[in-house]
Design a protein around this ligand. Structure first.
Ligand SMILES: Cc1ncc(COP(=O)(O)O)c(C=O)c1O
Length: 376
């Protein structure tokens, strides 16, 4: 996928001044988290020093699993399988459920893994394309028309969505759960941005039905992608066991230190998350103000997360290759071009949660300037 070779990590962070291509909040250091770092405190080096670096619980650190379960009504710690990032949970889910030729319905655009893994398996994949003109809203009836009762193995959605930041409404989520239940499919809900919902979060899909798997992680909302800690939540014991078996095949268990840190952070989410959300809302407001003051770009305002899919307005004639080239070379600004998400390059993903406020403002100015330079 181009997103891999063109990612800022591979391009080199030193080549980018205003990085608006990231999909998480600002990366954090342990010391940013305000854990108790006193010598005998819970976050201290001494506490980590004392940690036995054994093969851990194959389901994942129990404290972390308790903290994840506390985020959804009626969940038990044993419903949670910790994985190395949400990416591994998505991979384990797809590889557990799908054989070559199995039918799956996946929303597009989407986070790449949700499309690429079923494709790599050779599943019979049908996509439901979202469109700007529908406000990137998922029409559940279109999904229902594709689902084959007794045949479809997987229905895959992402909410809040990457790259658009839009969300399902409560009725749509319930309708998808019912569709999975009535057809015998499994609903995979990639909820990696759920803790960054700008309004009221939806319930975790896994709390609504044993036929649903909810996936999330520490990466996006907590700014801790380097921990590589995510999870899948599933209340169906057989399905959960299959996911555990898949994880054991891939990594046996998770990294003891990473999971211990993640457990401490997530247990303390009531303190750690609100200032992050406040910062995200401030950044969103900066983008909103910028968009309102120009006539080149438009977007559907995200309802969750820290990314949105911006596009050139229809009447703007622009050489998109030149636009991206000038944007980086001339204005030090990087965004995620449409082809990362299987849409044309008149779209780009704008990440507003990762850069500093100053970088975000400079990047937005850079976007306007590069668009002016690349007009045809
Ligand atoms: C929607 C979505 N799901 C999953 C992931 C994977 O995240 P991680 O493996 O860091 O938890 C990402 C990362 O970009 C994402 O945007």
């Amino acid at each position: 996928m181009p997103i891999e070779v063109e990612s800022p990590e591979q391009l080199g962070y030193e080549t980018i001044t205003n990085n608006l291509s990231e999909s998480s909040v600002t990366d954090r250091r342990l010391s940013d988290l305000g854990l108790d770092l006193s010598p005998d405190g819970e976050g201290s080096v001494a506490a980590l020093d004392d940690l036995l670096l054994c093969y851990g619980d194959h389901l994942g650190d129990p404290v972390l699993r308790e903290a994840v379960a506390a985020g959804g009504e009626g969940l038990r710690a044993d419903d949670v399988l910790v994985t190395p990032g949400a990416a591994a949970a998505l991979f384990a889910t797809a590889t557990s459920l799908l054989e070559p030729g199995d039918h799956a319905v996946v929303v597009r655009t989407n986070y790449a893994t949700n499309l690429e893994t079923p494709r790599a398996i050779g599943a019979d994949l049908e996509v439901v394309d979202l469109s700007f003109d529908d406000g990137w809203r998922l029409d559940v009836d279109r999904v229902a028309k594709l689902v084959r009762s007794g045949e479809t193995r997987l229905i895959s959605v992402t909410c809040p969505h990457n790259p658009t930041g839009t969300m399902l409404d409560r009725a749509a989520l319930h309708a998808l759960v019912e569709l999975a239940e009535s057809s015998g499919a499994v609903l995979l809900a990639d909820e990696t941005y759920r803790d960054l919902t700008h309004g009221t979060p939806l319930p975790m899909a896994a709390t609504l039905s044993p036929r649903a798997i909810s996936v999330s992680s520490m990466s996006k909302a907590y700014g801790l992608p380097g921990l590589r800690v995510g999870w899948a939540v599933c209340r169906d014991p057989r399905l959960a066991q299959t996911l555990l078996a898949a994880k054991e095949q891939i990594v046996i268990c998770g990294a003891t230190i990473d999971e211990a840190i993640a457990g401490r952070v997530l247990t303390d989410r009531a303190r750690i998350l609100p200032p992050i959300l406040e910062q995200v809302r401030t950044r969103l407001d900066i983008v909103r103000t910028w968009l309102a003051g120009q006539e080149t770009f438009e977007w559907i305002e995200p309802a969750g997360g820290v990314v949105g899919l911006v596009r050139f307005r229809a009447d703007v004639e622009v050489d998109t290759d030149r636009f991206y080239e000038v944007l980086l070379a001339g204005y030090g600004t990087y965004v995620g071009p449409g082809h990362w998400f299987e849409v044309d390059d008149r779209h780009f993903r704008l990440g507003f949660g990762w850069p500093t406020e100053a970088e975000l403002r400079a990047g937005l100015t850079g976007l306007s300037s590069a668009a002016a330079d690349a007009r045809t």
